[in-house]
Design a protein. Sequence first.
Length: 322
Amino acid sequence: MEFNYKLPGNPNFINGLAASYNFNRIAPLIENKNRFAVVSGFGVTGEMHLGSKLLIDQLAYYQKLGGKLFLPIADFDGIVVKGKSQQFIKRHTLNFLRHFKAGGIDLKKCEIYTQLGNRSVTSMALQFLKKISEEDYRGVYGDYSLKEFIALLVTVADMLYPQTIGFNNTLIVVSMDEKKHIDFCYKVISKEGNRFKKPTATFQKPLLGLSGEKMGKSLPEETIYLLDSPEKARKKFWERALIDKIHPENCRVFNLYQLFFLKSIQDIKKIKSNCNKRENVCNICKRECANILKNYLENYQKEYNNTRVLINGYAKIFPTSK
């Protein structure tokens, strides 16, 4: 399960991968730029942050190496489970697509759909409902909610949908705290016999918060948002980011360097070597990283601001309000 694979170009995000299922099936396809599907659904609440950018970086990378991206919009979960309106979901989805475009994803080459608008997906979920019991659900998730149960069957249908249209190999990109969704998907497949092949999955570590456990949409003090004022983000990072020269893996400065800013393995090793030598460089290193972060956000936001017109056409994937 541990992620021990090398990828062409040694992308930064690989340093944030905790584990994988069946990656040996996808690795040669990536190496040879062969056809495979990549699925990563997204909820439609909250603001995108640096942790979200790691996901975008992965998707953009796989697309460039032959992956066909499937981006299901979780409107079933949003409406049925979370009680959001269709207009709310539409507004946030279009904003998320702007981030995906700004992050280097070619949206024209993606299949983007709403769960409620894809009859193949909803039909598949209903078929699963006939075979999956409440006990199967509880065995993975524990607490039972009928709404969440059905919403997760729709999510599983999203994961398996590419196989129904000719993609024999699928990679699911999720965070580590979504591992249960993959386990549930595998349980559904076991009930379906030989109909589906278990997809490959990679699990991204949560991005460390500035001083706490992780960054998150609802944790503003711990999080750098992609649309934060670059100067505000620089100050927040400088004031709050935890440094740890004894354990670089816990140092927020080293964390950003290896996940976003340093392209060379040698450069990453050099930074870590300075930490291990306990040289008095922590504040210098942190100040440089804060300035790099500011420039990074400035450049990213320029790309984001150029996406508004390009995204308008995607409003048509939502049903027209009457």
